[in-house]
Every structure is written in structure tokens, then in C-alpha cells.
Design a protein around this ligand. Sequence first.
Ligand code: 3HC
Length: 294
Amino acid sequence: MRGAERKAGAMAIERVGVVGGGQMGGGIAEVCAKAGIDTVVVEVSDELIDRSRAQIEASMLKAVDKGKLDQAGFEAALDNVSFAVSIDDLADRQLVIEAVVENLSVKHELFGRLDEIVEADGAILASNTSSIPITQIAGATGRPGSVVGMHFFNPAQVMPLVEVVSTVVSDGEVVERAATFAEAQLGKVVVRAKDRAGFIVNKLLCPYIFEAIRMYEEGFATKEDIDAAMVNGAGYPMGPLTLADLVGNDTMLAVSESFMEEYQDPKYAAPPLLRRMVEAGLLGRKTGRGFYEY
Ligand code: 3HC
């Protein structure tokens, strides 16, 4: 038994809550459910619950099609996920992962409520934020030592990485427990980062995507050629404009705004085209149109 697995066995997390059942939250819930963990997903309406359940089921079926999950595993994983419209249902969770919209005031209110509700001993409150400092989110709670970042990548059910982010007031044991959970129970690759907007991946990846948007906006090359160049010339699995559509152009804009607040460096500034596309509702795959049509 590897060290990480031994440690996880001793302090395994059996009950997880995921707040937000969208693209990221749904993917995270699926990963947890497939790992045999009792997972409650909170969404704000029955309609969004139905959408989240359908998305998770479709993705699990894709995993079956791809030979990544057998029929028994599919049924067990589906059984492990339940849905709720109230975060009151998260009282007994040992770990809650927040994956709601990238808006500090929304996250603040949510973590304030989680602080009142979640009563399991030693419970961890984690945020999947892409770019908002975890310290600011933790400040909404009376237990900032128990708040960490657990940043998954889109699509969470496929991408191996989780960035575990600690703040200057995070409790070291809590950070270790979150990292061990991601590594040993979810089978993810874990890297650790300090609490600076963008952590490791987005700090490197987003300026590259913004530059690609500027290149397209200036008429330097077509979007197809920009994407084809980076796939075929640099070995990326998808080009930067296709990736922006996958991540969501609204998320890209929110990330840029957090970066600008943190670093005041123009390399992180949102290209005007990105802003206009978000205003026009061209958010990418999730709205059927972004740089491309879906
Ligand atoms: N469940 C489980 N496994 C699945 C799956 C599912 N629903 N769907 C696909 N897979 C597996 C496949 O079995 C395959 O595995 P294999 O390589 O072992 O055979 C692998 O995933 C690739 O699947 P496909 O060949 O079907 O390829 P697709 O074209 O459908 O998907 C992709 C490809 C994984 C999305 C790939 O294009 C990719 O890696 N793109 C880059 C994504 C990326 O960079 N994400 C990070 C974005 S940044 C971010 O999220 C941070 C945020 O904060 C902004």
C-alpha cells in the first residue's frame, strides 16, 4: 500500500457536498461518486437539479462507452449522487467543495452560511475558484483555518490535476487532508500553490489564451489557424480559442478581472472582443456559441 493510500485509509472522507452542479461542480461530483463517495450536489432549483443530473449521467455513460467504467460501476456511481435545493442538507458533510459562479459576494454569502451549517468534526470547506483569493473567501467564515482551495480542471472527470491551495491561515493538517483526499481517494495528481490569483495553471494559461484572442481580434490569423497552429505546432490537445469556449468566456473574463485586481499587469487584461462576446451571451459551448458554434 502506498503512503498516500495508507494515510487516506486512516482518515478517509466518506461524505462530500458539492455546491453548484454546473460544468465544474457536476464534473467534481461525478469524480467523487465514481470514487465510491456519498456525494450531495446542491443546486438552486429543481430545473437546475434535473439539468445537473442529466449532465452527470450523460458523462458517466460516455465513460462507459469509452471503456472507463463498467455497468456495475455506472450504477453504483449514480447511486452515490443525490441532489438538494438547500445547503442545509450539507450539515453532516466532511468536505464541501464550492463550484458556484466566480463572484466574491456570492461566495462570501455561501461560505458564511456553510460556516453556520456544516457541523461534522474537522470538516473542510473548499473552493474550486479559478482566480479569487481563498483568503478573501475564508474571511466570510469563523474558521478560516479549515478553508482551502481545491481547483479542478475542465473537464474535471478527465483532467488529472487538482491544485490544492493554502492560505497564510490554513491549518496544515486540513491542507494535507484535502491533498490526500484528492490524490488517494479521487486518484488525481496534486500540486500545491500559494494563495495568489490564478495559482499555477491559470497564471500561465490565461495570458496565452488572452494573447490568442488579441491575435484573432487584430486579424493576425484566422481562429482556425490559431487553433490548428497550437495543436499541431505546440502539441496542445485543443487550440486556445476552442479552449476558451470549453472553459466559458464568462469565466475567462472573471479570471482576467481577478488577475488585474491582484497584479495590475496589462498582460492579464481582457481583450475587448472577449468582453463584447460575454455581453452578447457568446459564452462558448454552454450557450451553443462562442468563437465557434456548437
Ligand atoms: N469520463 C471519463 N473519461 C472520459 C470522458 C468521460 N466523460 N470523456 C472522455 N474521457 C476520456 C477518454 O476515454 C480519453 O481517455 P484516453 O486518452 O485514456 O483514451 C480522454 O478522456 C480523451 O477523450 P476523447 O479522446 O474522447 O477526447 P475529447 O476530444 O472528447 O476530449 C479533452 C478531449 C480531454 C477535452 C482534450 O481536448 C483536452 O485535454 N483539452 C484541454 C482541456 C484543458 O486544457 N482543460 C483545462 C482548462 S483550464 C481550467 O479548467 C481552469 C479553469 O479554472 C479556467
